[in-house]
Design a protein around this ligand. Structure first.
Ligand code: IMP
Ligand code: MG
Length: 179
C-alpha cells in the first residue's frame, strides 16, 4: 500500500493493477460467452474508460468492433438541470448489439442519459459494462450486466479515473484518505 498526493488531496492504494486485471478478465469471459456470434460494438466512453477499454479488449476473443464516444453535459433550461449530448458516434448502431464501456457508475445519471440517447438509434440490444460500480450511490434503476468491481462510496482515482484531470495514468486504483 502506498500513499500519494494529488494537488491538495491524499490517496492510498485500494485496488492493485493485478486485482483489476483479474476482474477485467472475468468480465471479458462473460462477454465472450454472451456475445458469441453477435459481432458486438463496444462503445467506450472517454476519457475515463480508456485503460479499462484497452485491457478489456485484450481479453475479448470474439469478433467485435470498438469505437469511442464522449458525453458532453452542460446546464440547460430544462427542469432536470443538465442536458447531455453524445459526441463522436459515427457508427450506425441500428440492429446491433452495443456494449457501453464506462469507467464508473456512481449516481447512474450519466449512464441513464446515455441509454436514452442510444435507444433512439434503435440498437438490437444495449448492455452496460462498467469497471466500477458504487451500489450505495446509485439513484436510478439500471440493469448493469457487466460490472468488474463494486466499491464503497469513497472517491477514487487511477486506472483512467481522475481527480481534477490528474491521476488517470496511475496503474492501480487509489482511494481518497479522509483527513
Ligand atoms: P454518475 O453520473 O453520478 O454515475 O457519474 C459518473 C461520472 O462521474 C463518471 O463517469 C466519472 O467521470 C465521475 N465519477 C464518479 N465517481 C468518481 C470517482 O470516485 N472518481 C473519479 N470520478 C468519478
Ligand atoms: Mg466517465
Amino acid at each position: 500500500m502506498s500513499r500519494i498526493k494529488i494537488k491538495d488531496k491524499t490517496f492510498e492504494t485500494s485496488i492493485t493493477e493485478a486485482e483489476i486485471l483479474e476482474k477485467v478478465e472475468r468480465v471479458a469471459a462473460k462477454l465472450n460467452k454472451d456475445m458469441e456470434g453477435k459481432n458486438p460494438l463496444f462503445l467506450a466512453v472517454l476519457n475515463g474508460s480508456f485503460m479499462y477499454a484497452s485491457d478489456l479488449m485484450k481479453f475479448v476473443t470474439i469478433p467485435c468492433e470498438i469505437s469511442f464516444v464522449r458525453v458532453a453535459s452542460y446546464d440547460g433550461t430544462e427542469s432536470s438541470g443538465k442536458v447531455a449530448e453524445l459526441l463522436g458516434l459515427n457508427e450506425d448502431i441500428e440492429g446491433r448489439e452495443v456494449v457501453i464501456v464506462e469507467d464508473i457508475v456512481d449516481t447512474g445519471n450519466t449512464m441513464k442519459r446515455m441509454l436514452e440517447m442510444l435507444r433512439k438509434k434503435n440498437p438490437a440490444g444495449l448492455h452496460i459494462s462498467t469497471l466500477l460500480l458504487k451500489p450505495g450511490k446509485l439513484q436510478v434503476p439500471l440493469d448493469i450486466e457487466y460490472a468488474a468491481m463494486e466499491i464503497p462510496n469513497d472517491f477514487i482515482v487511477g486506472y483512467g479515473l481522475d481527480y481534477d484531470q490528474q491521476g488517470r495514468n496511475l496503474r492501480d486504483i487509489y482511494t481518497l484518505v479522509q483527513e
